[in-house]
Design a protein around this ligand. Structure first.
Ligand code: PXP
Length: 240
């Protein structure tokens, strides 16, 4: 089974917000991504609502028919949003409120107790939980102990090194994925994945179940159109 594609529509909201109206319409873009074959939609609402707004999350939750994944730092507001919306998956990221984009995974050793409590609360909504993690097999035992179902491997470092030496770039990811599989954790991946680095990841990372992709996919859509772009990503996700 090829990994699933979850399209992160944050950037669509960024473009919309630049002019204050409702163009492009985030909900319509998400539903079109589904129609073009994406198997999930991801949003990352931030406390300042600078791209996705909490109202977008409600709209999307009411209409998305594939897997709805909400990422974010587990603040009280975020947790209450999750309790209202009940998405299929919640991906926890450790970033402070005003960073531009996620820039590290959880230190699951230091924050094991905190994550354990948060994850127990989220699981009462019925959502699957994933935690954003740097590629480091030493983090897997403490990640498992939090009760999470999956990890999302933070692929920024892979993407940055891919063009010099793909085999070296993927090494820590393979080691972490193997440890995750042994611990019976599911594996997602995301950040800076694009049409150049995606297929190599898919073919070389054992157990990959889902990728979430936003920035590069929206940039590619400027040249290829959204339908072709979603299909190009689906093709890049194929194992054969
Ligand atoms: N995963 C997480 C946790 C993220 O914060 C982001 C960016 O919002 C992504 C995946 C997607 O990254 P990109 O926009 O580079 O595809």
């Amino acid at each position: 089974m090829s990994p699933k594609l979850s399209v992160n529509v944050n950037k669509i909201a960024t473009i919309r917000n630049a002019r204050g109206g409702n163009n492009p319409n985030v909900l319509n873009v998400a539903l079109d991504c589904e129609r073009f074959g994406a198997q999930g939609i991801t949003v990352h609402p931030r406390p300042d609502e600078r791209h996705i707004r909490f109202t977008d999350v409600h709209d999307l939750a009411n209409h998305v028919t594939t897997e709805f994944n909400i990422e974010g730092y587990p603040s009280e507001d975020f947790l209450q949003l999750i309790e209202r919306v009940k998405p299929h998956q919640v991906t926890l990221v450790p970033d402070p409120p005003h960073v531009l984009t996620s820039n590290a995974g959880w230190d699951t050793q230091t924050h094991q107790e905190f994550l354990t409590q948060i994850i127990a609360r989220i699981k009462q909504t019925g959502a699957r939980v994933s935690i954003f993690l740097d590629p480091n097999p030493a983090l897997i035992a403490s990640a498992k102990a939090t009760g999470t179902d999956r990890i999302e491997l933070y692929t920024e470092a892979y993407a940055a090194q891919f063009h010099q030496d793909p085999a070296k770039a993927i090494e820590p990811y393979v080691a972490t994925a193997k440890a995750a599989m042994e611990a019976n954790l599911g594996i997602n991946a995301g950040h800076d994945l694009d049409l150049h680095n995606l297929n190599y990841l898919v073919k070389n990372l054992p157990g990959l179940m889902e990728v979430s992709i936003g920035h590069a996919l929206v940039c590619d859509a400027l040249y290829h159109g959204l339908q072709n772009t979603v299909q190009l990503y689906l093709r890049a996700l194929k194992l054969d």
